[in-house]
Design a protein around this ligand. Sequence first.
Ligand code: DC
Length: 224
Amino acid sequence: MSLNPFLIVAIDGGAASGKSSTARALAERFHFLHADTGSYYRALTAELLHRGVAATDPAAVRAELAELHFGTEVFLSSARLKIHGDKISNADIRSAAVNAAVSHFAALPEVRVTLLAYQRGLADVARKHDFRGLVMEGRDIGSVIFPHADCRFFLHADPVERVRRRAREGQADAVAERDRLDSSRENAPLTCPVGAVAIDSTHLSLPEVVEKLARQIFARLLKA
Ligand code: DC
């Protein structure tokens, strides 16, 4: 067992499948940096909407993306995307307008390419801040961003339960519609990558889900 193994953990899954709460808990338990990539797509969407750009106009999206400068703020165990040095507020990235538009922007290759290098670069950010690994959650982490991650998980849950979870968070979110758009797009669609461990969280509590993943991460750490 190496003294300082650095692990990359990928968690993919549909909207409200429990990825964020699970990834956050794992980050704390193992002292990993947590990257919620959905929040990056949301922040970019909020910024583009703010600039008056529509997802139906890829040329305008391309032109705006070329103007943007990205940075990272590490706050506790989270890596937050900054655009031109500013964080986009949580209220802004979870707004109804962003909920409705984010899957359309996320389907554009220019948006995905822009975020690909940024997301991969977070492994170095984690190392620089002395984290023992990176736990990244999204839709294409185990398939495209880190296909050779040390552990790859895919969380899923019944759509009715997922709508209930969002409602408990005070949000109206068309999870099934977003999943349909995210799964059917050509670029990096939402999918369970071959070789990933799939977990159905419909009837599991958060601590139960966390425990399942933690056991596998711990086993991988012992082998490192
Ligand atoms: O995880 P979330 O529901 O906050 O993600 C918001 C949207 O971002 C989701 O509908 C699709 C997009 N997304 C993506 O395309 N790829 C990722 N790795 C993460 C999110």
